[in-house]
Design a protein around this ligand. Structure first.
Ligand code: E4P
Length: 230
């Protein structure tokens, strides 16, 4: 399962990318708005930090506008993926953009039928919003499971991206469901590698090791004789 960061904050993206674990980034208008910078500059900056897919969302509500914006967004960097909402216009724009060879992430997917239609129209990625479905008492991960199954049965090349991830348990459930991608805020990403027993174990090992005389020598032994010149 690929791990994407769901943020437009470059400091967060750089920090996580240093671990070698960031396969891509998703942004949306709300995340961009929090950053107080221009959309184009920020997307280009993110694309220079991360070599994987970076989703940038169209703002138009009509299909012609989405296609126009999508064509422009796709020129900003080779790894831009155009986001279009799962509306009738968004689905129409997806078909047009996909036929022009532009990768589309169909976003705001809340039902299996929406996901199926997006796959049929050539979506490169579909984004079911798990957390927002859970918020209204539904099972968001059930939708991810259904969509992964559709992709398998019909051999759609579309990737199912579990979006609106709120907890590490969502990440585990997305992996069990066979999601191709999970996108998450940095706050969730940073919980994935932490465990108090790892921290305790490390400090116990280190304090025991320090009881050895010259403990560093075990790893970096000092040279006892000068190397002979050749
Ligand atoms: C995905 O691409 C969306 O940006 C995101 O996951 C939305 O998450 P939220 O429901 O936490 O806003």
């Amino acid at each position: 399962m690929k791990i994407f960061l769901d943020t437009a904050n470059v400091v967060e993206i750089r920090a996580a990318a240093q671990l070698g674990l960031v396969d891509g980034v998703t942004t949306n208008p709300s995340l961009i708005a929090k950053e107080g910078t221009t959309f184009k500059e920020r997307i280009k900056e993110i694309c220079s930090v991360v070599s994987g897919d970076v989703s940038a969302e169209t703002i138009a509500t009509d299909w012609e506008g989405m296609v126009r914006e999508g064509r422009e967004l796709a020129t900003w960097a080779p790894n831009v993926v155009v986001k279009a909402p799962c509306t009738p216009d968004g689905l129409r724009a997806t078909r047009v953009l996909a036929e022009a060879g532009i990768k589309v992430n169909v976003t705001l997917i809340f039902s299996a039928t929406q996901g199926l239609l997006a796959c049929k129209n050539g979506a490169y990625i579909i984004s079911p919003f798990v957390g927002r479905l859970d918020d209204i008492g539904l099972d968001g991960m059930e939708l991810v499971r259904d969509l992964v199954q559709f992709c398998e049965i019909y051999d759609f090349p579309t990737q199912v991206l579990a979006a609106s991830i709120r907890t590490p348990n969502h990440v585990i459930a997305a992996a069990k469901a066979g999601a191709h991608i999970a996108t998450m805020p940095a706050s969730v990403f940073n919980t994935l590698y932490r465990h108090p027993l790892t921290d305790n174990g490390m400090s116990r090992f280190l304090s025991d090791w320090k009881t050895l005389p010259a403990y560093e020598e075990a790893i970096f032994p000092r040279q006892t004789s000068a190397p002979t010149a050749r």
